[in-house]
Design a protein around this ligand. Structure first.
Ligand SMILES: Nc1ncnc2c1ncn2[C@@H]1O[C@H](COP(=O)(O)OP(=O)(O)O)[C@@H](O)[C@H]1O
Ligand SMILES: [Mg+2]
Length: 268
């Protein structure tokens, strides 16, 4: 491994559900500390790729490389190394466990802190994701959608992963809440230097957070470019269509301004 070895790389991934191939040789790389956005229409294979990265699904061909090593059997350490935040935070939270129980169990099983420090670490995690400490004693159903997604983020970060995969992390939230959760993700990425694969159909999100954009269509990568280049002028007609679906973003992005302009993009 040297400095140019990407933190995460997928190489030639092919994936089938039963006998139906849905991902046909997907490759892209994610340098350490960067955010790569994976975009594309519904059904293009984004979640399938995320599940392979997470080790939940085996590819029929290709490999997932973490810091230069191909991931085969996932040891506990490797399962810890890649964490996923899903669109529906319920899927990663046990309804019968309080937030404190969920986080404490992970901290203990993975021996992240000495036992005596578990409670303190849970409190720190609430501060990290900007939730009141009282949330620790709540069950998932007692929380709002935004709170639940913050807990899911805390749950992913509790294990200090080498890669965070976020699959449409704000799509199920009210528009007003989406922004605050994205703000949180952006801040955490910067302050913790997280390496992130951010799957989204929302180009305003990509514009705001991503260093690089990978465009998927029908199970293939049709474009892979630095975000600046992508927003200045995507190469494929398909990507241009995606951009045109976010017209205000397109015009502001093309004037060359950054960051704050994404805030004016129409949330969908
Ligand atoms: N569990 C599954 N069983 C069978 N087919 C699936 C399953 N999950 C997804 N698919 C199919 O695989 C393709 C890619 O889906 P998915 O990865 O969910 O795309 P995206 O996340 O980009 O919307 C779609 O055609 C979808 O219908
Ligand atoms: Mg999906």
């Amino acid at each position: 491994m040297n400095e140019s070895t990407p933190r995460l790389e997928v190489r030639g991934l092919q994936v089938s559900y039963g006998s139906t191939p849905v991902v046909h040789g997907v490759s892209f790389a994610v340098p350490a500390g960067s955010v790569v956005g994976v975009v594309g229409e519904s059904g293009s294979g984004k979640t399938t790729v995320a599940r392979v990265i997470a080790g939940e699904l085996d590819p029929t061909a290709g490999a997932v490389m973490l810091d230069g090593s191909a991931l085969g059997h996932r040891t506990r350490e490797l399962r810890r190394a890649i964490q996923v935040v899903y669109q529906d935070p319920f899927s990663s939270l046990n309804p019968r466990m309080t937030v404190s129980q969920v986080l404490s169990e992970l901290l203990r099983v993975h021996k992240m802190v000495p036992r005596a420090r578990v409670r303190d670490r849970c409190v720190e995690l609430m501060e990290l994701v900007r939730l009141p400490v009282s949330v620790l004693d709540a069950y998932p159903r007692q929380l709002s959608g935004g709170q639940r997604q913050r807990v899911a983020i805390a749950r992913a970060l509790v294990l200090s992963p080498r890669v965070l995969v976020a699959d449409e992390p704000t799509s199920a939230l009210d528009v007003s809440v989406q922004r605050t959760v994205l703000d949180l993700l952006a801040d955490l990425q910067r302050t913790l230097g997280l390496t992130v694969v951010l799957i989204t159909h929302d180009l305003a999100v990509v514009h705001r957070l991503c260093d690089r954009v990978v465009v998927m269509r029908a199970g293939e990568v049709v474009e892979d470019a630095p975000a600046q280049e992508f927003f200045a002028g995507p190469r494929t007609a398909y990507a241009r269509d995606l951009l045109d679906a976010a017209p205000r973003l397109t015009t502001t992005a093309r004037t060359g301004s950054t960051g704050s302009t994404a805030r004016t993009a129409a949330p969908r």
